[in-house]
Design a protein around this ligand. Sequence first.
Ligand code: NDP
Ligand code: OXD
Length: 313
Amino acid sequence: MAVLILAEIEPTDTWFNTFITQLKKKQPNLDLRVWPECGNPEEIEIVLAWWPPLGVMLRFPHLKLIISLGASVDKILADPDLPDGIPIVRLFSQSKTGQMVEYVTLAVLLFQRRFIEYQAWQRSQRWKYLPALDASSLTVGILGLGVFGSRVAQHLAAMRFPVRGWSRTPKAIAGVECFHGQEQFQVFLSKCQVLVCLLPLTPQTEGILCHETFSALPPGAYLINVGRGKHLVEADLLNGLDSGQIIGACLDVFHTEPLPRDHPFWSHPRIIITPHIAAPGQPDEIASVIIDTINCSRSGKPLDYAIDRNLGY
Ligand code: NDP
Ligand code: OXD
């Protein structure tokens, strides 16, 4: 039986090329196929999916497992023809989590140490001192206290930032003030000078970074979105920046990726853009995690990080 990589991969994509090479090296007898070369559809047992083309998985009558090649599953669940009852697992690795912690920490520090302003001033050769904000006086709020959010929260708390987090169900994380549910959302937001989105994209979280949310933050708050582009109402961010309610934003994910060339975010002086690179993980380590997951599935062992389709994450 075969494993199919179902993703629209650019032939020049170095991450994917290294990942595929490592999979073959680590398990030479693996019958690995790469979309669109899937061979006999009857032979596909496991799909490794990253932003998969819609309607394809339905063609595999003996499909037993879908492994997301990312931590999220929104693009997999978006397939209206997704076959029922097949387990879906998400991907995690130490390098992925470590990269997310690094990315969010860097984005917070760029704001705290006022690099956003200094960068703008560099362009006009302006030499001017701004008082640094002390970590202990800058509250960071994390939307989502899952695998990534909880690690990021703990790391920032260890750096002396007051950290608060928000999740669907109650949590207890040492050093982090935890809030949950709609009823605690406003009180959570009321002190977040930096707001980090690490939520999964679901019908409940889509558009959560909107005017109403921004208005509940202290004036001059900073936004970091590493969740999904559709968490953000883009026009509301531009309005928030114009009014000063939002002082700046660091964005890694967008409604349309790659971000279209004529998008206003590109040239906005207070928006930092990165091309969905917060936490890809190291391809050789990810290949080992995938091989372990395939072997667990084949030997009937329980699988880590299985998602709940009803919750959407
Ligand atoms: P998890 O599933 O582990 O955690 C999700 C968290 O969000 C949980 O704490 C959950 O609450 C909370 N949550 C979900 N729905 C709601 C809701 N309606 N109201 C309040 N809280 C909610 O996710 P991960 O930490 O693994 O990943 C989060 C997201 O980060 C991914 O889905 C992906 O979109 C993004 N990501 C981005 C990457 C990038 O490179 N930019 C890389 C990897 C991930 P509870 O715990 O109570 O269930
Ligand atoms: C993601 C990932 O889900 O890179 O964005 O894992």
